[in-house]
Every structure is written in C-alpha cells, then in structure tokens.
Design a protein around this ligand. Sequence first.
Ligand code: SAH
Length: 331
Amino acid sequence: MDLALLERTLAERGEPAYRGPQVWEWVARGASSFDEMTTLAKPLRAALAAEVPFSTLEVVTEREARDGTVKTLFTTHDGHPVEAVLMRYRDGRRSLCLSSQSGCPLTCTFCATGAMRFGRNLTASEILDQALHFRRREAVNHAVYMGMGEPFLNDDAVLESARRLPGLGITHRRTTISTVGWMPGLRRFVDEVEEPIRLALSLHAADPGVRAELMPVEERYPLADVLAECRRYFELRRRKVFVEYVMLAGVNDSPAAGRCLAAVLEPGVFKVNLIPYNPTGSFEGSSRSAIEAFKRVLERAGIPATVRLTRGRDIDAACGQLASERVVSSS
Ligand code: SAH
C-alpha cells in the first residue's frame, strides 16, 4: 500500500493522526481489504477503498516449488518486474526474500539478476508490499534483503521498509540486509542504524583479482575497505557479520582459496555461509566434496561455516536466479 497516499488521503479527510498507524496495523497483520478494518467507520472504509489501492504491486505469476518455496512475480504500476520468495522450513521458520530494486545495475557474472535490464529503485511501499503479499497468506518471521537489487544503492527505502517489518511479525534480529559492499550505503548503515538489523556481505573471493572478475564492484570498492567497515559494524553493534560465498568449481573453491579467505576474516567477527551455485549459465557449481573440504579449511582456522540449504531451485527461485524479464516478456 502506498503509505504516503494513505496518509494524504486521511489528512484530506481531516482524520486524526492515529488513523494512519491504525490502518497500518490492520495491513501489517494480514488484512486483505479495507472492509475488514472493523475499527474504522464504514464510510471511511469505503472512501479508502475508492482512493487507495490495497497494494502498489500487481501479481503476475506465482509458482510453488516441491520444497514449499513460493516465488511471486509482481509488476509495479509503471510496468517494472519484481520478484520475491517465501521460504518455508520444517522447523516452522517462514523467511521472506525481498527485492530492493527491479533488476540490478551491478553485473556480478554468476547472478541472473545482473544480466537483466536494470529498472529502478523500489519505494519502501513496494518493498513492503512484497512482504505483505505473503503475510496475507500465512504468518512470517524472518526476512532477508537478498532478492533482486543491491539494497545499499537504495538505502532510504530499504531502511524505511525494514523499520516497519516488526509490525508483520519480523523482528530486526530476524532481518538481514545483504550487500556486495556498496560503501556509501554500508557506511551509513554502520553509522546510523541503531536497530539490531543484521548484515551480510557477498564476498565470493578473497583474492582481489578473482573477486574483480566475478564482481566488477570490487574495482570501485575494494574488499579490504569493505571488510574494515564490517569490523566497525561489529565493534559498534557486537553482532557478527554473515559472509556469503558462492562455490564455483575451479574458480574460488580450492583449499588455497579457503586459506586465503580465512586469512582476511577474524573468527569472532565473521560467520561464513557457503552457497552452492545455482545454475544461471556461465559457471559450474563446486562438488559436494569440494564444498565440505573448503568448509573444513575455514573451521580449522576457527571461522564458523555453514552450507546454505538450496531452496526453490526447480522454479528458479534460488539465490541468483531471480530475473523476471524472461517471465514477463513471455506472459
Ligand atoms: N546485491 C546484494 C543482495 C542480493 S543477495 C548482494 O549481492 O548481497 C543474493 C545472494 O545470492 C548474493 O550473495 C549473491 O551473490 C548470491 N548469488 C547470486 N547468484 C547466485 C547463484 N547463481 N548461485 C548462488 N548464489 C548466487
């Protein structure tokens, strides 16, 4: 829901200041129409229904994977595709993967989103509407800004949306923003964000040459500076930084590359999440044994490491597979 439009509409009708938060509370708890908002007078419900569209996004398609993962393709009012994913785990965890941009201007070579055309930054309302879509269907409790886009290229809207997630049942401690290390946004996050929102860094190669080949952003914001900023986050907030590392056969998965990674990370500050590569074309994923060997190298150096569970691969909903241009143009 366009929350600015909601506020304007309420103000024009001379509604008291508490009305906005009251409507938001209904929305955040999963209401799917103004008509359900029984604490509002009927004429007000009707007026809002006439003037404020319930969502800023329209659903184009929705698919459910065998593992229960749901991927939804939306479109903005001006025709930009946006994808979001609901991951369901056996332990009851319900995690949302949210997009911060339509497409992505960065061109990481292993990521499908980077290959599609960049549209624009999403508004806070457009980010929240992805989450609300799933909230209307079931209770949710985790969110990661790991969908399309680079969150720190759109930090205002990302932070504004993240600050509202607790209303949906997603606490800040269960909210994670993932970045390639876009320094201006990262610096601001470290300096200004006092909420205990978690930070994840897409690292992928400790060697600057290899990293630059995978992630052109390395040329602009070198890893050493980004890691220094992550350490500052830890010093100020006392929360560990998650390191994401996609495992590419013959590129960044050797034991030597593991030692190189361990050498740039401090054990108390970073936790590594190894991501099996989801096919997007250009690379081969590392074998299971290579991933396990890499994990042991890190653990021997005292760096905690886990292997990310792959979800929704059969519907192209897994990490790096969000690229809806294809879907939009064929529908
Ligand atoms: N731009 C931000 C947010 C996107 S997060 C960032 O990069 O951190 C999406 C995560 O999935 C990133 O860690 C990204 O590197 C990873 N990823 C991208 N393509 C992938 C692929 N094909 N297989 C597995 N992980 C991939």
